[in-house]
Design a protein around this ligand. Structure first.
Ligand code: SIN
Length: 288
């Protein structure tokens, strides 16, 4: 049993590596509380050298929060709470799951607090994941822009990703089953500047995939499109990012309340397989 975490920060903005821990045996109550605080502080943590069955991954996820609903993506047969993110080496190059900037399922009334992704088979070159800190994207704004954005909300929807007109795209994935639906067109409003429920820090709760519109007392329709484009560029700026090269056995946990991410699609002819679980938040996003 370990008594403390070994935390190695990976950039000056977000990301930390936590080596020398076995998630199956080392987590007593104190270490779990410390792990949770470390995830919230660093926003993405890499825990290398794990050996986890789907059931063991679910047991670990439950320590961070109850199962968070997974719409549209069919879980694996072995466990109803696990989805497999997999791209076979024979699949067309053009599309990969998660290959656009997003925060997981931000269109839900209560989006998942954490995603837990466990690497099984990864390309020797390529297939990295990149995260951007929405906390840094907010704190680096000038105060005038912070004030302008503070009263606004984002209109989140899965319409551009999981509507029936996207089915052909998803059907290219030979080993993942994604069932698009008219339900994807539903919308969910969340504050644009949110207060993190655990750290109290403000973050710019924006991602270009699921935020399909903005609402604000002073926002004119003709300004909305430009502001969306600007938010897309600003929040994904390289200065707010951290990039991870996967090794088998890596378990990565990220905080969806303060980050967005993208899975890079640069491994033509190679295979990539990871198991994913999500842990629920207990409260909906709230304004700062
Ligand atoms: C995801 O968006 O959940 C998948 C990320 C990845 O495959 O790296």
């Amino acid at each position: 049993m370990k008594s403390s975490l070994n935390v190695e920060p990976l950039t000056g903005v977000l990301g930390a590596r936590l080596p020398g821990i076995d998630l199956k045996s080392d987590l007593d109550k104190e270490l779990l509380a410390s792990l949770r605080a470390t995830i919230c502080e660093f926003e993405v943590v890499i825990i290398p050298d794990q050996i986890l069955t789907p059931k063991q991954q679910v047991e670990f996820s439950h320590l961070l929060g109850p199962y968070s609903p997974v719409p549209f993506v069919k879980p694996i047969d072995e466990h109803a709470e696990v989805i497999k993110v997999v791209k076979e080496n024979t699949e067309p190059e053009a599309f990969n799951f998660g290959g656009v900037w997003h925060s997981d399922f931000s269109f839900l009334p209560i989006p998942p607090a954490f995603t837990i992704l466990y690497a099984i088979d990864v390309p020797s070159i390529g297939g990295d994941t990149v995260w951007a800190s929405n906390t840094a994207a907010y704190s680096h704004l000038d105060s005038k822009t912070q004030t302008l954005l503070n009263g606004m909300s984002g209109i989140h929807s899965a319409s551009a990703s999981y509507s029936p007109d996207q089915q052909d795209l998803h059907s290219q994935l030979s080993n993942m089953t994604i069932e698009t639906s008219e339900k994807a067109k539903a919308t969910q409003e969340h504050p644009l500047i949110c207060k993190h429920p655990e750290t109290g820090k403000p973050s710019l709760f924006f991602n270009p995939t699921y935020v399909r519109g903005l609402k604000g007392p002073e926002l004119k329709t003709e300004e909305e499109e430009n502001l969306m484009k600007w938010l897309n560029q600003w929040t994904t700026g390289i200065q707010f990012t951290f990039r991870h090269k996967w090794s088998p056995g890596d378990l990565v946990i990220w905080d969806n309340r303060s980050t967005q991410h993208i899975a890079l699609n640069d491994y033509k002819g190679a295979r990539r397989e990871l198991n994913r679980t999500t842990a629920s938040d207990s409260v909906p996003p709230s304004p700062y």
